[in-house]
Each structure stands twice: as structure tokens, then as C-alpha cells.
Write a protein that binds this ligand. Structure first.
Ligand code: ZN
Length: 181
């Protein structure tokens, strides 16, 4: 079971919180000792894209921890006030500076132990102009046989790439869901 226990202070008044189960609830929450505020913690959404140009896929080499120096698809945390597709577009712009058009939702991957849900969209690149941001060392297009499988930063990225190339061989893209343990 996932128990992050990461909240120490109340976000309303700053007092110490204690983990206990509120009345009419069934799990422990961080509850403020002073004002009674209950802090609910829920999985974090990570949104990204599989940007495609011809037979090539765009990867970014991470310039930030964790996994600095390894390759990833453009992806990051969904922000408040944006939809999943807006977040995927923004992350692709921030990390690669790529101009894309979103296609379908492609993978829905539960990373329960990390408290995260990862969503990747397929995307068509509109041109090959790239302008990587500070979180990216370099952005580069790869053919399937050129993918640096041993240097992929995250399991969800590797699984999404595997599904992409498998579906492309079949000539039809589905939506893939999985629980990553
Ligand atoms: Zn409080």
C-alpha cells in the first residue's frame, strides 16, 4: 500500500499535522492539530506525448534529476487549471520546443507505488524545428532501431514506446492501460 506520509505542517495555519482517520472516513489523513484541516492526498497526474515525424519518434535527454542524462518522452506534472491534453502540449513545448498536433490518447499507466498516473498522447510533429528548454540537454529524433532502450529514464516511457512500435507494425493504434508495479 502507498503511504507517503509527506505532509508535516498544515497548509492553512502552519501547525503540525498528525495522521489519523477522520470520522466517517476509512483511511488516515494528515489532520491539523490546531485548526482541524484535513489534508487529502491523491495520485499525481503525469502527462506527455509520443511526438512522431515520419518513421521517427522524438526523445529528450533529461537535464534534471531524477535520471539526469537519460532519455524520455516529453512529459511532466499536470498543472491546476489545464486539461490533460493542454498539459501534454505544454510539456512538449517546454521540454522540446516541438510543434505538434495531438492525436489520440495512447497509454494510461498506473504507477501505484509512486502515487502517480501517467497519460501519454500520440502526436504528429508539424515540422522538425526543436528548441529544448532548460530541463532538456538535447532533443533528438530516433528510428525504432536507434532507440537507446538501455538509457530510457522511466518504465512508463519504455512501455509506451514498445506499445507504439508494436501498434505501428500492426497498422492500428489502440489505447493501452496497465498497472506498473
Ligand atoms: Zn491548521
Amino acid at each position: 500500500m502507498f503511504e507517503p506520509r509527506r505532509i508535516k505542517h498544515c497548509r492553512v495555519c502552519g501547525s503540525t499535522v498528525r495522521y489519523r482517520t477522520p470520522p466517517d472516513d476509512n483511511r488516515e489523513r494528515a489532520i491539523c492539530e490546531a485548526c482541524g484541516e484535513i489534508h487529502y492526498e491523491n495520485p499525481i497526474n503525469v502527462v506527455g506525448t509520443v511526438p512522431v515525424w515520419g518513421d521517427q519518434v522524438l526523445l529528450c535527454r533529461r537535464n534534471i534529476e531524477p535520471r539526469r542524462g537519460l532519455w524520455t518522452l516529453p512529459a511532466g506534472f499536470l498543472e491546476l487549471g489545464e486539461s490533460t491534453s493542454e498539459g501534454a502540449l505544454r510539456e512538449t513545448d517546454e521540454e522540446a520546443g516541438a510543434h505538434i498536433e495531438l492525436q489520440g490518447l495512447f497509454t494510461v499507466l498506473n504507477v501505484v507505488r509512486a502515487g502517480q498516473l501517467h497519460l501519454f498522447y500520440r502526436a504528429r510533429m508539424l515540422d522538425t524545428h526543436l528548441n529544448p528548454g532548460p530541463e532538456t540537454i538535447e532533443a533528438q529524433l530516433f528510428r525504432e532501431e536507434e532507440i537507446p532502450w538501455d538509457e530510457i529514464a522511466f518504465r512508463t516511457v519504455r512501455d509506451t514506446l514498445r506499445h507504439f512500435f508494436a501498434d505501428r507494425r500492426l497498422g492500428a493504434f489502440g489505447v493501452h492501460t496497465a498497472d506498473i508495479s
